[in-house]
Design a protein around this ligand. Structure first.
Ligand code: BES
Ligand code: MN
Ligand code: ZN
Length: 495
């Protein structure tokens, strides 16, 4: 989609439809008022008739406007004027863009950023328009014969006043970068596991390095991992015919000697559970077990496009988890790269086995902070549902920074405790620790396991099992937590 900002008056802008807002008390937003005057009071007439009350998310599409150069007008309810929150602003934007589905509308002007939104400026308001529109028009077609999409939108013009132009432009640049990162992540994550293999993910990372000068990529093969002693990671991949990879991305945007932020994304291109085989229902969704890795790649797209002045390392351990004659078995004892021994009690708790060795590997980058993102536990869905991602970590400042960023980005997280008492559950009679901690507090004990490999740096873990994709009719990747990570990195770049 083509995004731009225009400061000219609405009636001078060529487009298929102009989007304007109306509040709950039937008060027209300034642009709606102007269009009302230009159309002999048409909008007022619709309000008087009760066609729209102004409740948040209501829409009326006026498809023909007699005696006017304006093609169409979309009236969007914003709700109560005094209470227009960031969330409601986004809701109204989603309602607007969804009305264009199954129409022939290709170009629109959006004037909704003129509304006051509590706590946010024009940069944020502009950025959200792009993020929401891009999110809503995304549609997976790659492996369908019919490539036509529900939305034909090609061009989005954001109306802005002269004196806000620079902020709007900054928002446009950020919005485009984040929207591209999210769409990238969704496209990759929606691919089936017979296309999106560990080797395929590695190729995608190499393509990113070709596209962006500041990004370098190296791929570690299984033989390299053997040299490094990654016994836990390799134990998972031995049950799969697809060779595992450890993808390493390096974005050099900051001073050469400034410590990097390390992002680690779980990249299980398919998780059948291994010998502790999952049940059949919904197993197809385990193609999404690489969403952490896809979100690291999407975040790299966003930061490279924004050109943030930071040094960032991305690490994606990627493999399949399959049952096989050579697969690891319950009761097996593995030696991690850190030297700790791990008793496998359930081969389906494989994500932590890839991540523990990758966390140890991250030490060599002398990281400022390490953030891992993983579709790690079904228990996270039980605890938090599909609304926030789970957040756990060993550093309050880092966790609070992520909470703050999640608020701005509208990509929520909720912190769970990582208290010592929970570590008890990981005790093993035969090894230094077990890979599962029983039924209770599954998200926390998974993070406890990881914490034992993250003792030498500030670290946070995002459990995205409930947020990385939608299930049911709307099954598909969400691109989360690319907006959260992008916002965290924007905040870090700003000081
Ligand atoms: N990838 C799954 C977690 C998952 C399950 C994400 C369902 C989203 C939806 C992970 O590898 C896994 O299988 N975890 C086990 C851990 C258990 C064996 C301790 C789980 O959650 O059942
Ligand atoms: Mn599993
Ligand atoms: Zn998994």
């Amino acid at each position: 989609m083509d995004y731009s900002i225009e400061t000219a008056s609405l009636k001078e802008l060529q487009c298929d439809c102009i989007i304007v807002g109306v509040y709950q008390d039937l008060q027209l937003c300034p642009s709606a008022s102007v269009l009302n005057d230009n159309t002999q009071g048409l909008l007022r007439k619709l309000l008087d008739r009760g066609d729209i009350s102004g409740k948040n998310g209501e829409t009326v599409l006026i498809n023909a406007i007699p005696d006017s150069a304006i093609e169409r007008i979309l009236l969007v309810g914003l709700g109560e004027k005094a209470a227009l929150s960031g969330k409601n602003y986004r809701k109204a934007l989603f309602a607007a863009v969804n009305t264009f589905k199954k129409t022939t509308i290709k170009s629109v002007v959006c004037s909704l950023a003129e509304s006051e939104v509590q706590g946010y400026d024009w940069q944020w308001k502009t950025r959200q328009i792009i993020e929401v529109f891009s999110d809503a028009v995304y549609q997976y077609t790659l492996t369908k014969s019919d490539k036509t999409t529900e939305s034909q939108l090609e061009k989005l013009i954001i109306a802005a006043p002269d004196f806000e132009l620079s902020r709007a432009q900054a928002g446009l640049a950020q919005g485009r970068a984040i929207a591209d990162g999210v769409a990238y992540t969704k496209r990759l994550a929606d691919l089936p596991a017979n296309i999106c293999t560990p080797s395929y993910l590695a190729e995608q990372a190499l393509n990113i390095s070709k596209q962006y000068r500041k990004v370098d990529v190296t791929i570690l093969e299984e033989s390299d991992m053997e040299d490094l002693g990654m016994g836990c990671f390799l134990a998972v991949s031995r049950g799969s015919r697809q060779p595992a990879k450890l993808i390493s991305l390096n974005y050099q945007g900051g001073e050469p000697n400034s410590k990097p932020i390390v992002l680690i994304g779980k990249g299980l291109t398919f998780d059948a559970g291994g010998i502790s085989l999952k049940t059949a229902a919904g197993m197809d969704e385990m193609k999404y077990d690489m969403c952490g890795g896809a979100a690291v790649l999407g975040t790299f797209v966003a930061i490279a496009e924004m050109g943030l002045p930071l040094n960032i390392i991305g690490l994606i351990p990627t493999s399949e988890n399959m049952p096989d004659g050579d697969a690891n078995k319950p009761g097996d004892i593995l030696t991690s790269m850190a030297g700790k021994t791990v008793e496998i009690l359930n081969t389906d708790a494989e994500g932590r086995l890839l991540l523990c060795d990758t966390l140890t590997y991250a030490e060599r980058f002398n990281p400022d902070v390490v953030i891992d993102l993983a579709t790690l536990t079904g228990a996270c869905l039980v605890a938090l549902g599909r609304v926030p991602s789970g957040l756990l970590g060993n550093d309050d400042i880092l966790c609070n920074d992520l909470l703050a960023a999640s608020e701005t980005a509208n990509d929520s997280v909720w912190r769970l405790p990582l208290w010592e008492e929970y570590q008890e559950q990981l005790k093993s009679n035969f090894a230094d620790l077990a890979n599962v901690g029983g039924r209770d507090a599954g998200t926390i004990t998974a993070a406890c396991f990881l914490s034992q490999f993250a003792e030498n740096f500030r670290w946070a873990h995002l459990d995205i099992a409930g947020t990385a994709w939608r299930t049911g009719d709307k099954k598909g990747a969400t691109g989360r937590p690319v907006p959260l990570l992008s916002q965290y990195l924007i905040n870090r770049a700003n000081g």
